[in-house]
Design a protein around this ligand. Structure first.
Ligand code: DAH
Length: 343
């Protein structure tokens, strides 16, 4: 009996198994209901009583050996088949749904790209701003209507009315932060979100996006400003784009202008978007007021500069013909999915 046990033990040890079919025949041969283990245990009754204990123990050990070899190989083969699945190059590829960039991100990226080609870097500032950066340093007189509660969201920190902040109403506040911390020459654009206390409609929103531009150096002229904006309009709207400047007023620039671009929708022939004028307003600009330079400790006798500010939604509207401002913040995937192909 002991020899038989020994023979089965070496059978088990020497059996090589490399696939599931071989493992199954091993199981049947050794562990199955008519297998060798069953047979050996059947023979236990013929073993003389005084050897039963010893032989019984040997049989138990053998059964454990057979079982653990089976378990081990089973696990190994299963792992292997998973790996094979992963490496099956003939499997059809999995469908990965394509995301889309938000139209405002696309336009912002394009504006940054256009200005970076002529040496502008990007700077950013906080959306919660103090009176100095949003108004005072930009030459807003204390009683200027833009500080009025109607336009500005004010925030008070604690109970101290002196600790009053505003949600910035324009990205011109970043101009001030840049001028305070950098020395000319400065050539920067500042994209960001701004807030105004307005009723939400198709044409107005309580938040929107702007890109501010600032160029400060010796001998910067109004002609430089005009040429920069013409370059921008052509890059953004196409080689045929024209611009025109209309005199305007901003506290932080002197002289100031509003800039129209020839209507890209009707090629300046006249349509309902340009209200049959052939022109669309896209930005405000001007020569930085000497008071603004001095407020940030830049010598206005040595340096001059220009600034401009444009609405990102406005440019996106002209580029993608989106007529309702609310669409930009509703997260409607039917709207957003239309920008999949635009990079
Ligand atoms: N900050 C102005 C606004 O929000 C836009 C603007 C106009 C910015 C003229 C400028 C500028 O830098 O020079 O309406």
């Amino acid at each position: 009996m002991k020899e038989k046990i020994e023979a089965v033990r070496s059978d088990i040890a020497n059996r090589s198994i490399s696939n599931a079919a071989e493992l199954e025949s091993y199981r049947i041969e050794f562990l199955g209901s008519k297998g060798k283990m069953k047979e050996l245990f059947g023979e236990l009754k013929n073993v003389p009583n005084e050897q039963k204990k010893e032989v019984g123990q040997l049989l138990n050990e053998l059964r454990q050996l057979a079982q653990s070899k089976f378990d081990e190989l089973k696990e190994k083969l299963e792992e292997g088949s998973e790996n094979e699945d992963r490496l099956d190059l003939s499997r059809p590829e999995e469908f990965v749904p394509l995301g889309a960039r938000h139209p405002l991100s696309l336009v912002r990226a394009e504006i940054i790209e256009i200005f970076s080609r002529i040496g502008y870097n990007v700077s950013e500032g906080p959306e919660i701003e103090d009176d100095w950066h949003n108004f005072s340093a930009l030459n807003f007189p204390p009683e200027h209507p833009a500080r009025d509660m109607q336009d500005t969201f004010f925030i008070q920190k604690g109970n101290d009315p002196k600790e009053e902040f505003a949600l910035r109403t324009h990205t011109s506040s970043v101009q001030v932060r840049v001028m305070e911390t950098q020395k000319p020459p400065i050539r920067t654009i500042s994209p960001g979100r701004v807030y105004r206390n307005e009723a939400i409609s198709a044409r107005a929103h309580c938040f929107f996006h702007q890109v501010e531009g600032l160029y400060i150096d010796k001998d910067v002229s109004f002609a430089d400003l005009k040429q920069t904006l013409l370059y921008f309009a052509k890059e953004m709207f196409g080689e045929k784009a024209k611009i025109r400047l209309r005199p305007s007023y901003f506290p932080f620039t002197e002289p100031s202008a509003e800039v129209d671009v020839s209507c890209t929708i009707c090629n300046a022939k006249g349509c309902n978007v340009c209200k049959y004028t052939g022109w669309l307003e896209i930005l405000g600009c001007g020569m930085v007021d000497p008071n603004v330079l001095e407020a940030s400790k830049i010598d206005s006798k040595v340096y001059s500069g220009f600034a401009f500010g444009m609405g990102v939604e406005r440019i996106a509207q002209l580029k993608y013909r989106v007529n309702d401002l609310r669409l930009y913040s509703e997260n409607d995937v039917r709207f957003l999915n239309q920008f999949k192909a635009a990079f």
